[in-house]
Write a protein that binds this ligand. Structure first.
Ligand code: COA
Length: 265
């Protein structure tokens, strides 16, 4: 689908890059030639993915980072620049999530998720900016969720934070266009990961997964590679004129609100 190694010479910083969707982005971007810098709080989440990438001939650096702490985010970007020589692509993928009714959510529960998702994404963009502006090139991609643009009870903290990241994306797209920095977002629907199934699904993964799948008109969950390819497209030169957008990838689940019993027709 893509020219060979479209990211040759580029460096991609991927937060939450060791596991789940972050791992899928890291593997795909590395296959496409990027040097990847994987950030997350725990080294044990990062090392296996970095080792996998190196075993395939790629270049991977790990940088233990809590995106809630600006000094750590600054240190992440410094490490990325000093190790790889540039910071070209940034994927804001780190997330914090759990299901909770709004009236039961503690103040600190709200703050923790907003800190990781919204503040963490801004800190990463803000800290990457000097490098991207200096090289007159940057592509920022933030990972949202389809539930952030609708109402999905139980995810008030995460939905509000991700909607904030969407507003941030649009604003950065306008402000930083003059620096040749683009900012886009992806809103994935159902792409099962261990983190999502343990935090967001109720009951056995098999049963909950089947219930989620039932709502997807194309009849299946998304595949990680499909998401990673969309991310690669949005960070590539093919998408140079796409800026400030959120692309939904959910098999039309978002639009699946039948008003009538049309299936009985
Ligand atoms: N239900 C209700 N409240 C919860 C909760 C749950 N399942 N899990 C955590 N909280 C609350 C805690 O009680 C705490 O609030 P309190 O101080 O008022 O008690 C607050 O959230 C912070 O929790 P804590 O465990 O101290 O934070 P942490 O920084 O160690 O962990 C989380 C952050 C909670 C987001 C944790 O789930 C995490 O580390 N997630 C990272 C991975 C992730 O969520 N990925 C998304 C996959 S979809």
């Amino acid at each position: 689908m893509f020219r060979d190694r479209i990211f040759e010479g580029r460096t991609a910083v991927i937060t939450g890059g060791g596991t789940g969707l972050g791992r899928a982005f890291a593997l795909r971007f590395s296959e496409l030639g990027a040097k990847v810098v994987l950030a997350s709080r725990s080294l044990e989440h990062l090392e296996p993915t970095a080792a996998e990438i190196r075993a395939r001939g790629g270049v991977a650096t790990v940088a233990p980072t809590d995106v809630r702490v600006p000094e750590q985010v600054e240190a992440l970007m410094k490490t990325a620049y000093e190790t790889c020589g540039s910071i070209d692509l940034l994927i804001n993928n780190a997330a914090g999530n759990f299901l909770c009714r709004a009236e039961k959510l503690s103040y600190n529960g709200w703050k923790t998720v907003v800190d990781i998702v919204l503040n963490g994404s801004f800190f990463c963009c803000r800290a990457a900016f000097p490098y991207m502006a200096r090289q007159k090139f940057g592509r920022i991609l933030s990972i949202l969720a389809t539930y952030a643009s609708g109402a999905s009870p139980g995810t008030i903290h995460s939905a509000a934070a991700k909607a904030g990241v969407q507003a941030m994306t649009r604003t950065l797209a306008v402000e930083w266009a003059e620096h040749n920095i683009r900012a886009n977002a992806i809103a994935p629907g159902s792409f099962p990961t261990q983190g999502a199934s343990s935090r967001l699904w109720v009951g056995s993964a098999e049963e909950a997964g089947a219930r989620v799948r039932e709502r997807v008109p194309v009849g299946r969950h998304g595949r990680h590679e499909e998401l990673a390819d969309l991310a690669a497209y949005l960070c590539s030169s093919y998408a140079d004129y796409v800026n400030g957008e959120t692309v939904t990838i959910d098999g039309a689940a978002t639009w699946n609100h039948p008003s009538f019993e049309w299936q009985k027709l």
